[in-house]
Design a protein around this ligand. Structure first.
Ligand code: NAD
Ligand code: UDP
Length: 318
């Protein structure tokens, strides 16, 4: 066992997705038993194919909006489409996944006395009026817009986590994740980093929504997973919500230029309509994570984008 700890039975919902597959890999490397639960809506078996031969790994097709009866020590609840294109495809199902999914994993945690982690999001801050965003900011969220199924679903999930904590003394860990990228994002994921890299590698126009002045702060996947594990392993009184992300903030136009430079692509940028309710700026204040977990991201945008380009370059269609 890495770190000389005990082998735990850990369930990862959304384990076949981008972040979930990296988390499963990390937990196996740390010596745990991993149960990956996924309905394969946006996740793929390819993401976990390399883990299937490991006798400590098990994959189960299941929709978290239905109850699940397993015996488990820890739960990471990541099941939910994360890209606006995918979560807006069936918005009612997105809300069910977040809300009923939270109720089901919390019920499971209550019965098994498992510790439970929620993958929440910077979207709980909406189009923020406070910058950078600290955890005590309540947000500026449209409850009836096209992003609301995701934003309000995740906000309601946070409410459920804290009510189960207060009412049933559950051990909870709520992470508010800011834009994270890296290998195993789906080529058609629709999120900005994968879109730009795939477009650059194909020599297609780089599609900038709006004038590209909106900002995001991009975290490389390995840094984020380290934050997940540290938060899960922190003392019980540390519940979050805790921002996890990279505070280095870039405009979308700067990101496009960086991707063109690092791929050496001849692609030109093309401006498209800005989607409704697209947040203008986003940057995490990670003071809580730094002081509580001793965590901060180590990977620069340049290094992380280079790794991600190398991953996408391996696809045969390029
Ligand atoms: P992803 O789409 O790659 O992964 C989501 C996984 O959940 C997929 O494998 C999908 O098949 C599965 N899933 C969806 N609905 C399900 C259901 N009803 N039952 C079972 N499985 C279901 O996205 P990701 O980037 O890996 O995101 C993982 C989690 O982290 C999500 O909860 C997302 O909201 C959160 N998050 C991610 C980011 C980011 O930048 N990557 C930012 C904020 C929050
Ligand atoms: N975006 C873009 N071109 C794309 C995809 C996204 O300009 O091809 C913009 C999008 O409008 C948003 C930012 O990039 O301002 C980040 O979008 P993403 O979907 O990655 O995540 P969000 O942070 O909006 O949930």
């Amino acid at each position: 066992m890495r770190g000389g700890g005990i082998r735990k039975r850990v369930m990862v919902t959304g384990g076949a997705g981008f972040l979930g597959s990296h988390l499963c890999e990390r937990l196996l490397a740390d010596g745990h038993e991993v149960l990956c639960v996924d309905n394969f809506f946006t996740g793929t078996k390819d993401n976990i194919a390399h883990l299937l031969d490991n006798r400590h790994f098990e994959a189960m097709r299941h929709d978290v909006s239905f109850p699940l009866y397993v015996e488990i020590d820890e739960i990471y609840n990541l099941a939910c489409p994360a890209s606006p294109v995918h979560y807006q495809f069936d918005p009612v199902q997105t809300t069910k996944t977040s809300v009923l999914g939270a109720i089901n994993v919390l019920g499971l945690a209550k019965r098994t006395k498992a510790k439970v982690f929620q993958a929440s999001t910077s979207e709980v801050y909406g189009d923020p009026l406070v910058h950078p965003q600290t955890e005590d900011y309540w947000g500026h969220v449209n409850p009836i817009g096209i992003r609301s199924c995701y934003d309000e679903g995740k906000r309601c999930a946070e409410t459920l986590f804290f009510d189960y904590h207060r009412q049933h003394k559950l051990r909870i860990k709520v992470a508010r994740i800011f834009n994270t990228y890296g290998p195993r994002m789906h080529p058609n994921d629709g999120r900005v980093v994968s879109n730009f890299i795939v477009q650059a590698l194909r020599g297609e126009p780089i599609t900038i929504y709006g004038d590209g002045s909106q900002t995001r702060s991009f975290c490389y996947v390995d840094d984020l997973i380290e934050g997940f594990v540290r938060l899960m392993d922190s003392p019980d009184e540390v519940t979050g919500p805790m921002n996890l992300g990279n505070p280095a903030e870039f405009t979308i136009l700067e990101l496009a230029r960086k991707v063109i430079e690092l791929t050496g692509s001849a692609s030109k940028v093309e401006f498209r309509a800005l989607p409704q309710d697209d947040p203008k700026q986003r940057q995490p204040d990670i003071t809580t994570a730094t002081t509580t977990l001793g965590w901060k991201p180590e990977t620069s945008l340049e290094a992380g984008v280079t790794q991600t380009i190398s991953y996408f370059s391996k696809f045969s269609e390029f």
